[in-house]
Design a protein around this ligand. Structure first.
Ligand code: HEM
Length: 479
């Protein structure tokens, strides 16, 4: 009997596959000269190969195998149930980043859209684009300068409580703690540990559900993520309402955090953001900035453990800055500008272990790229690794060499950990500051070695050492 059911199921799957294949085939025929490549299995396409190279720790293999087999500039595939083209190399990056909202627009899988807040739920598409344009205002260097001292203060507290007087620590969870505490303070002035946990606990549920299988049934991680996202938004709206009152009564400062800044900034037509827009934007910043920056901090620790000469360079630079400060004096903008070598090291970390592997766009119209037609509605993927690990862009790509960033640095559109064009990561400068402040504190206090010398890396979807990077700490002796 069981055999009968299995056979029936196989027949059913075969029939569905054949019909879907036929449908896709028909679609393809209408697309003209499509890029070379294969679309794999019906529906799932090449998603499994795409994801599994990441799980095994080398996501670039999916891209480079196909670049070698089909074309070094663009190939077709099918990912997450969508017909897709992967644009490769600096030419592909330039094309996509220069045609934002003209030929292509940002696209996220439906699962992400459902959990990830978006102003599109509360306002028109044009308004959402306008709101997106305002984001960099809150995170540009001029706006962030006043937060450096606060970052330093929070980093100090974090290292004293979570790192000092420990022989061994696991880096990734601590890095997540560090970035979340910073965000809670700098975005919404939440500092009280109970209140941070009230946001942090549902946030962890949200972050893990965002990348789970999108089945919205009671109890699934996806369902819990949607609930967590609604809870955090409500919590943020109540903080915003209180802040409005406090600002009106002079009990809160216009410059104390990003929330105040958002409440008091209007667009070019004098229009202010709504409470829900601000809550959405802050939740977006929390999600965009959390695992990305903590993955980057974790890989800084990993590479510095493996490369003593690079560690020495960073240590020398940071200790000089530390020694130039009066007791209790906090880091400031000038100190950050002196961290040139440290930032080159961080950039080399972001080149070799980009926290985001790439991102999707959607074709708004039919268009041609490099002699191939890209049909309207197709999804397009750009991949950081297609240039970061390409010997044409970075000779000896696997060698860790911070001097690549000396002078003018890499050629345009080759180093793209933050993307590019109008949709470039709005948190780039914020990330630079939090990574540098982290580097300052860790090298000032310790040397360290990896507990698991050949710990596996898993990319799902951010790169992380499989066991979270346990390290043995060796505090510097007091001078
Ligand atoms: C090392 C850390 C980070 C890396 C590598 C990174 C990288 C990226 C990349 C590649 C994108 C997508 C660009 C695209 O669609 O082409 C992005 C988007 C975004 N990032 Fe970051 N990011 C980092 C940190 C941050 C931080 C700290 C924040 C917040 C303060 C942030 C907020 C965002 C937001 C809100 C978006 C979505 C922008 C949009 O929808 O247009 N990111 N980031």
């Amino acid at each position: 009997m069981e055999f009968f059911y299995v056979s029936l199921l196989s027949l059913f799957i075969l029939l569905v596959s054949l019909s879907l294949h036929f449908l896709f085939y028909k679609n393809n025929k209408s697309g003209g000269n499509l890029p070379p490549g294969k679309t794999g299995w019906p529906v799932i396409g090449e998603s499994l190969e795409f994801l599994s190279t990441g799980w095994k720790g080398y996501p670039e293999k999916f891209i480079f195998d196909r670049m070698a087999k089909y074309s070094s500039t663009v190939f077709k595939t099918s990912l997450l149930g969508e017909q897709a083209a992967v644009f490769c190399g600096s030419g592909g990056n330039k094309f996509l980043f220069s045609n934002e909202n003209k030929l292509v627009q940002a696209w996220w899988p439906n699962s992400v859209n459902k959990v990830f807040p978006s102003s599109q739920q509360t306002s028109s598409k044009e308004e959402a684009i306008k709101m997106r344009k305002m984001l960099p205002n809150f995170l540009k260097p001029e706006a962030l300068q006043r937060y450096i001292g606060i970052m330093d203060h929070i980093a100090q507290r974090h290292f004293v409580s979570a790192w000092e007087n420990k022989d061994e620590v696991v880096v990734f969870p601590l890095a997540k703690n560090y970035t979340f505490w910073l965000a809670a303070r700098l975005f919404v002035s939440v500092e009280d540990p109970i209140h941070v946990a009230k946001l942090g606990d549902p946030f962890a549920v949200l972050a893990s559900g965002l990348i789970s299988i999108p089945i919205d049934l009671p109890g699934t991680p996806f369902n819990r993520a949607i609930k967590a996202s609604n809870f955090i938004r409500k919590e943020l709206v109540s903080i915003i309402k209180q802040r409005k009152i406090d600002l009106a009564e002079g009990k809160a400062s216009p410059t104390q955090d990003i929330m105040s800044h958002m409440l008091l900034t209007s667009d070019e037509n004098g229009k202010f953001m709504t409470e829900l827009d601000i809550a959405d934007k802050i939740l977006g910043l929390l999600i965009g900035g959390h695992d990305t920056a903590s993955s980057a901090c974790t890989f800084v620790v990993k590479f510095l453990a493996e490369l003593p000469e690079v560690y020495e360079g960073v240590y020398k630079e940071q200790i000089e800055i530390a020694n130039s400060k009066a007791p209790g004096e906090l880091l400031n903008w000038d100190d950050i500008q002196k961290m040139r070598y440290s930032w080159n090291v961080a950039c080399e970390v972001l080149r070799l272990a980009p926290p985001l592997q790439g991102a999707f766009r959607e074709a708004l119209v039919d268009f041609m790229y490099n002699g191939f037609s890209i049909p309207k509605g197709w999804k397009i993927y750009w991949s950081a690794n297609s240039t970061h690990r390409n010997p044409e862009n970075f000779p000896e790509p696997l060698k860790f060499d911070p001097s690549r960033f000396d002078g003018n640095g890499p050629a345009p559109y080759t180093f793209v950990p933050f993307g590019g064009g109008p949709r470039m990561c709005p948190g780039k400068e914020y990330a630079r500051l939090e990574i540098l402040v982290f580097m300052h504190h860790i090298v000032k206090r310790f040397k360290w070695e990896k507990v698991i010398p050949d710990e596996k890396i898993v990319v799902d979807p951010m790169p992380i050492p499989a066991k979270g990077l346990p390290v043995r700490l060796y505090p510097h002796k007091a001078a």
